[in-house]
Design a protein around this ligand. Structure first.
Ligand code: BES
Ligand code: ZN
Length: 902
């Protein structure tokens, strides 16, 4: 490809640039101008291999020596010294290495006799591909050392190597730390490197810093050498594993830690600011427990001698699985027993479980390229439930899967603008875009389905074979299918083609609805691509399906008279029509048992009616995940005009008897959706009364909002409060207001109800005095979880000028942390009064936003969050104009919302 571009290029200016795939890349194209200038003097007809995005396979790093010295007190810069042993396997010109935002002050390549190669032309930076390119003539095969010295800045960013700060109560001066955050392509901002996931090498790291700090990295601290002037050098142990650049991590900080050991003798530590160290014990406990569980589950011991987890005050993602040194946003790691809620406790458990899963799936075996990112993230998003379930067996984690991941991703995947799990990605901003709900939640859902139809034993065995076979290497989706297939063939000896099945779920977007008709005692099945918009233009889909929107479906069902038996399984192949399942003359049947399949089901009307009747007489006959599945399917089928709303509402009549969180949470999102739709209709009055009547029993049951209830009841109570209050229930609103004033008076309000209390409190009485008082609480709170709830409350005032001022505060880093900017803006956009403000703000400030935050997934998903409910012609026009002007502004919805309960 590079050769092709080189040959075709004459002297036209357009040829200096690499081929641009689509107009969407316009603004990036502009940025290459600088590098064009630097290339002058080169022959115009010469091949330009640096224009190729991927690094040449002829150069592989064998060993990486890196010393870094951040200056946290003076200049906010850092210096680095890299010495990389490279293996050149065939003659190659223009050796190149990734860098971004760093200045190279010295770069030389030394051959194995110790002589430095002579530069034919000065080295240059090719900005478009983020390459530092040398010209030493033709590099002949052999071993070389590439030595690079460089400097970079720590301030004003939250990726690469950057500075963060925190304050200790009672102190006036902030404390500083320097940390890294690399995935997917930011390691190159901290050190020159071969920054692609399948280029794995050994890293030997040293950190130089003031002696008041400690240094942390992937390996354990081996030595701390006094180097004079109050400085020390922390030397980390010899690398125990080869790793991808995006997993490297180093930190200089003054944190304290708590420590334990796993049964297999891994040292486990949790780091946090000293004054919060008590809050680290929960993560330590579940961390050790889950690590031991995964060692057994994956059949492979954890790879390193130690495993650290650390809370970073300014953090862009939720958490990052750096090998042996996992970094977290504070509220995803620390649990303060007073201010923390059940939902944050669960988040900590689940996020820890997720990042620990990556220590195997992702770190030991890494995807070959980012187009298979879903292997990392989808897989971790599935097994995080197994780990969390093991640590907290009473939390119904396995059942929670359906409401946290399955239904939420269905919502995105049932519109024509979705995308397949596996898509081609190349440029850094395209890579960032695939960290979305499709990779995470759909990825997790199809793996869960696979686990179910393969059976526990062969699934686990297949995973273990895969990890063993590709240990410390890279693999693709097809490699996983192959290992699962071999285990399945050996153990189950069935007749399934796993790759063939899974390709239909990963290589085309969307999912099917199975339409079931009862014919005497049998069921007759047909599948159809499920689209929620009845008028969707199927041919407008941006991705073509290689399977014509048909899937290989593991259909399961249970008849009422066989409830105690295991479900029947019936494969529906993509070419099959009128598939028959033999049944009996039960009153009703359910399909997609326990919601293990990634599909919806539409029953014959008689069955929907019989199911409603059953729910009304004794709903406990139907398992809880199936109750939630019936509700979610029914609502979405109705929206798609495939089921009558009367039937749907019949299904909800029993809700006043429903006492379980999972079905309620499924109903919750659908009730809220319907409320939004009905908001401007005369029927809204009746609908509100109906909702109040359905929630009344539970609202009364939980009338004491400060009462201690079980983990899941906390979630249930929050759902009920949101539903009752937003449908105008006077008792609920009164109680919310009472609690709101209590909180403003510094009396205790349970953290479990604080979000709805602040929301409805601010909506009812959110004038300037109360806003300012709440802001004071925000400023003075030292707990990230509480701060985040308060920042949500602040966004719910109905006074527009307060919201405008809040946006200004969010831009001021002395008031609101850089890492919290996007959540504040998206909270405001969720407020009907604030939404137009944010939409105007995004449009007016897009260039500033890109400049400040880069084309990050957080920025992209803000556009999504803000515009997701727009439904008028005018809004469409505005959006078209905006995307015309900034084609790169689109990114998927951020998957992080999938864990948000309260
Ligand atoms: N590998 C990701 C971190 C990441 C996310 C890097 C996006 C680059 C872009 C990590 O394992 C992860 O998935 N983190 C989640 C936490 C989630 C499980 C709550 C995140 O950051 O959102
Ligand atoms: Zn992850």
């Amino acid at each position: 490809m590079a050769l092709f571009v080189g040959l075709m290029c004459g002297l036209t200016p357009a040829c200096v640039q690499p081929e641009i795939a689509s107009p969407a890349k316009r603004s990036i194209n502009e940025e290459t101008k600088g590098s064009v200038r630097q290339e002058r003097g080169r022959r115009a007809d010469e091949a330009k291999p640096w224009e190729e995005l991927r690094l040449p396979p002829a150069i592989t790093p064998e060993f990486y020596n890196l010393t870094v010295q951040p200056d946290l007190t003076g200049s906010d810069t850092f210096q680095g010294w890299a010495s990389i042993l490279i293996n050149v396997s065939e003659p190659i010109e223009y050796p190149r290495i990734h860098i971004k935002n760093i200045n190279v002050t010295l770069s030389k390549i030394i051959d194995d006799t110790g002589s430095e190669l002579v530069e034919v032309n000065p080295a240059f930076y090719y900005e478009y591909n983020e390459f530092y390119v040398m010209d030493v003539g033709t590099l002949q095969p052999g071993m070389y050392t590439w030595e690079i010295e460089y400097t970079g800045g720590l301030a004003g960013k939250i990726a690469g190597f950057y500075k963060s700060s925190y304050t200790v109560p009672g102190e006036t001066e902030p404390r500083y730390l320097a940390t890294t955050d690399f995935e997917p392509t930011d390691a190159r901002q901290a050190f020159p490197c071969f920054d692609e996931p399948n280029i794995k090498t050994f890293f030997k790291i040293k950190l130089r810093h003031e002696s008041k700090y400690i240094g942390l990295s992937n390996m354990i601290e081996e030595d701390r050498i006094d180097i004079g002037d109050g400085m020390v050098e922390t030397v980390f142990g010899d690398p125990e594993v080869k790793m991808s650049t995006y997993l490297v991590c180093f930190i200089v900080c003054d944190f304290g830690s708590v420590e334990g050991k796993t049964k297999s003798n891994v040292t486990f530590r949790v780091f946090a600011p000293e004054h919060k160290i008590e809050e680290a014990y929960y993560a330590l406990k579940v961390g050790i427990n889950i690590t031991e569980y995964f060692e057994e589950y994956f059949g492979l011991p954890y790879s390193l001698k130690k495993l650290d987890m650390i809370a970073i005050p300014d953090f862009s993602a939720g958490a990052m699985e750096n090998w042996g040194l996992i970094t977290y946003r504070e509220q995803y790691l620390l649990i303060d027993n007073v201010t923390s809620s059940a939902s944050y406790k669960q988040l900590v458990c689940v996020v820890v479980s997720h990042e620990l899963a990556h220590q195997w799936f992702g770190n030991i075996v890494t995807m070959d390229w980012w187009d298979d990112l879903w292997l990392n993230e989808g897989f971790a998003s599935y097994v995080e439930y197994l780990g969390a379930d093991q640590a907290e067996p009473t939390w119904q984690m396995q059942e929670q899967f359906v409401v946290n991941d399955l239904y939420s991703v269905f919502r995105l995947d049932q519109i024509v603008s979705s995308h397949p799990i596996i898509i081609d990605v190349n440029r850094p901003e395209e890579i960032s875009e695939v960290f979305d709900s499709i990779s995470y939640s759909k990825g997790a859902s199809v793996i869960r389905m696979l686990n179910d139809f393969m059976g526990e034993e062969s699934f686990k065995e297949g995973l273990q074979r895969y990890l063993k076979k590709y240990e410390f290497g890279n693999a693709k989706s097809a490699d996983l299918w192959e290992q699962l297939q071999s285990a399945y063939d050996d153990i189950v000896k069935g007749n399934l083609d796993i790759a063939d099945i899974m390709d239909t779920w990963t290589k085309q977007m969307g999912f099917p609805v199975v339409n079931v008709e009862k014919d005497m005692n049998d069921l007759v099945l047909n599948q159809d691509w499920f689209l929620v918009d009845p008028n969707a233009n199927r041919s407008a889909a941006p991705f073509e399906s290689p399977y014509d929107y048909k899937w290989e479906i593991p259909f399961s069902s249970k008849f009422q008279m066989q409830l105690d038996d295991p479900p029947n399984y019936q494969w529906m192949e993509r070419t099959d029509t009128d598939v028959v399942v033999t049944g009996d003359n039960s009153d009703w049947y359910i399909a997609n048992y326990e919601e293990k399949g990634y599909y919806r089901v539409n029953y014959d009307i008689a069955n929907w009616e019989a199911l409603s009747l059953q729910l009304n007489t004794d709903h406990t006959m139907i398992p809880i995940t199936d109750r939630s599945g019936l509700l979610d399917d029914a609502f979405n089928l109705a929206q798609a005009e495939q089921l009558d709303y009367v039937k749907v509402l019949d299904m909800t009549v029993y809700m006043d008897k429903e006492m379980e969180y999972i079905p309620w949470d499924a109903a919750y999102s659908n009730f809220m959706w319907l409320s939004d739709i009905l908001r401007y209709q005369p029927a809204f009055a009746d609908w509100r009364v109906y909702l109040q009547s359905k929630t009344k029993t539970l609202l009364n049951k939980y009338n004491d909002w400060s009462a201690e209830v079980s983990h899941l009841e906390n979630f249930l109570r929050t759902d009920i409060i949101y539903l009752s209050c937003s449908s105008g229930d006077p008792d609920c609103l009164n109680e919310a207001l009472t609690q709101f004033y209590k909180f403003l008076n510094n009396e205790t309000v349970s953290a479990n109800v604080l979000s709805p209390v602040l929301r409805f409190g601010m909506e009812l009485d959110g004038g300037q005095d109360n806003w300012d008082a709440l802001w004071e609480r925000y400023v003075n709170s030292d707990t990230s979880a509480e701060k985040s709830r308060i920042s949500f409350g602040l966004a719910r005032t109905r006074h527009v000028w307060l919201l405008s001022r809040y946006i200004e505060y969010a831009m001021d880093e002395s008031k609101i942390r850089r890492g919290d900017f996007f959540s504040v803006l998206s909270y405001i956009s969720g407020n009907p009064v604030g939404n137009p403000l944010i939409w105007d703000y995004i449009r007016a400030n897009w260039e500033y936003l890109v400049d400040r935050f880069g084309l990050s997934r957080s920025l992209g998903s803000l556009t999504y969050t803000t515009t997701q409910y727009y439904s008028t012609e005018l809004k469409l026009q505005q959006m078209e104009e905006f995307f015309e002007k900034y084609p790169e502004a689109g990114a998927g919805p951020d998957h992080a919302s999938r864990h948000w309960n309260a």
